[in-house]
Each structure stands twice: as structure tokens, then as C-alpha cells.
Design a protein around this ligand. Structure first.
Ligand SMILES: Cc1cc2nc3c(=O)[nH]c(=O)nc-3n(C[C@H](O)[C@H](O)[C@H](O)COP(=O)(O)O)c2cc1C
Length: 137
């Protein structure tokens, strides 16, 4: 991670996979995301139940911006709703190039965020919109 006096660009969105994905398929897809995120110095998490997706992506403004556009254009998912596009003072998930968790594991994820005292606007909103993201799908 490069020192960044201007803060951490953070994007939180939700969407729906175009076709249902098993947890294994999601992990398989995400292996490529992790590699690229490591290369770009990005971090975050992706929660999915195979249908709905919630992803938080954070890092350098100049890296998050172009990747956001690629993700918006990606036809593997649809109904993309941007929830947070902000500059945070720190990363919510510095140690993970992309932590992929199933819907059932999300409590563990949020507990880790809480116990590390790295709550940000984006992680708080993620928690708030969790139910509408996953219970409706
Ligand atoms: C739900 C979803 C989440 C994604 N998350 C990431 C991500 O965190 N990092 C990433 O590099 N690509 C992600 N992608 C893939 C990008 O849209 C794009 O296909 C990829 O970055 C292109 O990689 P390439 O430059 O190696 O061709 C995601 C795609 C989807 C559908």
C-alpha cells in the first residue's frame, strides 16, 4: 500500500449475478480479482449468496476509478446500485485483496471489522443494507 495523504477511495455497491453462482464458482472467479487487486494495491470484501452481491473496494483513487468502470461494464452481474463512493481516512479491510464470504459468514466479517475498530462510513452502510440486499433475493 502506498502512503496516501489524500485518503482511501472507497466504493460500496450491490448487484445481482446475471446467472446463479455456487460458492465454489464465486471463489474461482474471485481468484482472478484477488490477483489483480494485489497488483493494484486494492482491498475489500465481496459477500454473495449466489444471487445478490455486495462488494466493498478500496484503495488509491487512480486505481479504484478505472476498476469501478470495468466492474460496472461487467455483464456477469446486473442491477448495480452504488451505495457509497467516498474518501475514507483509512482502509476497512487492509489485509485482504478481496475477502470473499458467503451470506452465512457475514457476521464473522463484521465482527472482525468491529473488533479491529476499523469501522468506516462504508462498513456501517454495508451493515445497514445487508438485510435488504440479501433477504429480498
Ligand atoms: C461482482 C464482480 C466483482 C468484481 N470484483 C473485481 C475485483 O475486486 N477486482 C478485479 O480486478 N476485478 C473484479 N471484477 C472483474 C472486473 O469486472 C473485470 O472483469 C476485470 O477486472 C478485468 O480484468 P483484466 O484486466 O485482467 O482483464 C469483478 C466482477 C464482478 C462481476
Amino acid at each position: 500500500m502506498t502512503p496516501n495523504s489524500e485518503g482511501v477511495r472507497t466504493w460500496l455497491y450491490r448487484s445481482k449475478f446475471t446467472s446463479f453462482k455456487t460458492q465454489d464458482e464465486i471463489y474461482e472467479m474471485a481468484r482472478r480479482f484477488v490477483q489483480k487487486n494485489q497488483r493494484l494495491g486494492l482491498s475489500g470484501f465481496l459477500i454473495s449468496n449466489g444471487d445478490a452481491v455486495m462488494q466493498l473496494l478500496e484503495g488509491d483513487e487512480l486505481k479504484v476509478g478505472p476498476l469501478k468502470q470495468e466492474i460496472l461494464d461487467d455483464d456477469r452481474h446486473t442491477e448495480i446500485i452504488s451505495e457509497v463512493w467516498t474518501i475514507e481516512s483509512k482502509r476497512a479491510y487492509p489485509r485482504w485483496a478481496m475477502r470473499v464470504v458467503s451470506r452465512e459468514e457475514y457476521e464473522t466479517l463484521f465482527k472482525e471489522i468491529e473488533s479491529a475498530k476499523i469501522e468506516t462510513i462504508a462498513t456501517n452502510i454495508a451493515r445497514m443494507i445487508f438485510d435488504i440486499t440479501f433477504d429480498e433475493s
